[in-house]
Design a protein around this ligand. Structure first.
Ligand code: GLN
Length: 552
């Protein structure tokens, strides 16, 4: 019988409920159990695909092409499982489904109400998770915090599930926050008490409380939370802020959470295997030598917009025993002559994905800089497209080269709308999305990175390389080292005479895992380390006193 863990949040948002749910997934996997994790998002958008990164951070793309919440990235990275479109549900999806059923006449004669129609649809969606792979445990994270008006139907639905599924099959975990009063140096439990009271008012009695805090939590505080919130002392698992999110499963495990969940849900667990994860985190902690990578984007003040890129770089850096040091460079600044010293000091450059014209010219300049200065470069989707635009403009001298996304009638559209996109009118969910196969050219850098010739990668784009320009590019030193199996779509472009300048039309960052870094990111970091050495070597040579010829 499948078991369910419901994670809710209280007091404030952004306390790491998603990472906590992901970490619980890791603890169960470490006991030989199979898991799936689902996020319920209370907003009315159908998915985050049409939202600004300022609103929502990164859009994470699943194998089956769903545009989802960035927490799904955490879930996948922590559990090593690929999730699918059933794993992110929004209020928008729920209402769209119920209203379309109503129009069809499915409820003929009835009045459609939040309870039971909306809550039934939420419960149906929860039931859809893991239909294919039948996980032992499904973890369901409810977005937002208790008390939000828009979260109410989700909370009501998970409350009902306790009776529907049976008490022994369900566990409720509540993540809160303990504020610290500077004047008295105290941690306060009152907001946690209020939040739990609110939850109990809805009919949910949390069995585990995870108070997040920036300060150490003593036994007295734990006792107080246990008493006032009516949970066992050992079910109060404080989670102090850590600078490494991969530490969270270890903190929770060491506080006894894994065993407590197994006991409460009566799970058939294997002996714990968390040593590899522990070693990895230990290694992350010990590494001191940095490697400096510039991420050139337009949402750089909001690092969440590039969550998977940053994580993939960090995984690859650890693989090479380096600590990732990111220089966040706003591409718009480069256009104004600012931020160039950051690029000068970087050992590698990444231009991630993006949409719209703002800052694009700065990204083209960053690609030109990487090409001419021979700095390792990895372009991701738009990052690959700007690499092509630079190459066309400055190597092939097609000065007006551009993408038709930015200049619809440009003379040299080296990046153009994909044919199947021409008649698309709706913006939501209509891009080329999800996993597609890609064949790699033997002998290329891409093939050397992957060590295989056939890969599957995740996509999210409307524009592509314009095949009319292929021969011209190839003659001037570009290699299309990754193509769709029938050869029509350019998936990877790289430069032949460059240490590492590779652009992918797909998003490799979504498939990187801390314990299995993505090959392209690994190779970028390797090239960056070599670049750093060369740089130092050149510097040393320049600063050495020149030997004076005896006769000179
Ligand atoms: N805007 C570009 C396109 O639609 C790139 C998309 C991306 O970087 N994800 O093709």
């Amino acid at each position: 019988m499948r078991k369910y863990i419901f994670c809710t949040g209280g007091v404030v948002s952004s306390v790491g409920k998603g990472v906590t749910a992901a970490a619980i997934g890791r603890l169960l996997k470490a006991r030989g159990l199979t898991v799936a994790i689902q996020k319920l998002d209370p907003y009315l958008n159908v998915d985050p695909g049409t939202m600004s990164p300022y609103q929502h951070g990164e859009v994470f793309v699943t194998v089956d092409g769903a545009e989802t919440d960035l927490d799904l990235g955490h879930y996948e990275r922590f559990t090593g499982e690929n999730l699918d479109r059933t794993c992110n549900v929004t209020t928008g999806q729920i209402y769209a489904e119920v209203i379309s059923k109503e129009r069809r006449g499915d409820y003929l004669g009835g009045t459609i109400q939040v309870i039971p129609h909306i809550t039934n649809e939420i419960k149906r969606r929860i039931g859809l998770v893991g239909k294919d792979n039948n996980p032992d445990v499904v973890i369901v994270e409810v977005g937002g915090t208790v008390g939000d008006i828009e979260s109410q139907p989700f909370l009501e639905a998970i409350r009902q599930l306790r009776t529907d599924l049976g008490h022994a099959q369900t566990l409720y975990v509540h993540v809160t926050f303990l504020p610290h009063i500077g004047a008295t140096g105290e941690l306060k439990t009152k907001p946690t008490q209020h939040s739990v009271r609110e939850l109990r008012g809805i009919g949910i009695h949390p069995q585990v409380i995870i108070p997040r805090t920036d300060h150490p939590v003593n036994q007295e505080i734990i006792g107080k939370i246990a008493l006032f919130c009516d949970v066992e002392q050992r079910a109060v698992i404080p989670l102090e802020t850590t600078d490494n999110i991969y530490d969270v499963p270890l903190v929770l495990e060491d506080a006894g959470l894994g065993d407590y969940i197994v006991e409460q849900l009566n799970l058939e667990a294997q002996p714990l295997q968390l040593d590899d994860w522990r070693r990895l985190v230990q290694q992350m902690r010990q590494i001191e030598e940095p490697i400096r990578i510039a991420i050139v984007g337009k949402y750089i003040e909001l690092h969440d917009a590039y969550m998977s890129v940053k994580e993939a770089l960090a995984h690859a850096a650890v693989h090479h025993n380096r600590k990732l040091d990111v220089a966040w460079v706003y591409s718009g600044d480069l256009e104004k002559g600012k931020g160039w010293d950051e690029l000068e000091q970087a050992h590698g450059i990444v231009v991630p994905g993006g949409f719209g014209y703002r800052g694009v010219e700065g990204k083209v300049l960053a690609a030109e800089f990487a090409r001419t200065r021979r700095v390792p470069y990895l372009g991701l989707c738009l990052g690959m497209q700007v690499m092509c635009i630079d190459f066309a403009r400055n190597v092939l001298n097609l000065e007006s080269a551009n993408s038709t996304e930015f200049e619809s009638s440009c003379k040299h559209p080296v990046i153009d709308l994909m044919p199947d996109q021409h008649n698309v009118t709706n913006l939501g969910g209509t891009m080329r999305l999800g996993v597609y196969p890609c064949e790699l050219t033997p002998g290329s850098k891409a093939a050397a990175a992957y060590q295989v010739t056939h890969v599957q990668e995740r996509h999210r784009h409307r524009f592509e390389f314009n095949n009319q320009y292929r021969t011209g590019f190839e003659a001037a030193g570009a290699c299309f080292s990754g193509l769709s199996p029938e050869g029509h779509l350019v998936e990877i472009m790289e430069l032949v005479n460059h240490p590492f300048m590779v652009g992918s039309q797909f998003h490799p960052e979504f498939q990187s895992r801390p314990n299995n870094p993505h090959p392209l990111f690994r190779m970028l970091i390797q090239a960056a380390i070599e670049h750093e050495h060369e740089h130092e070597h050149r510097h040393e040579q320049q600063s050495q006193p020149q030997p004076v010829h005896p006769e000179g």
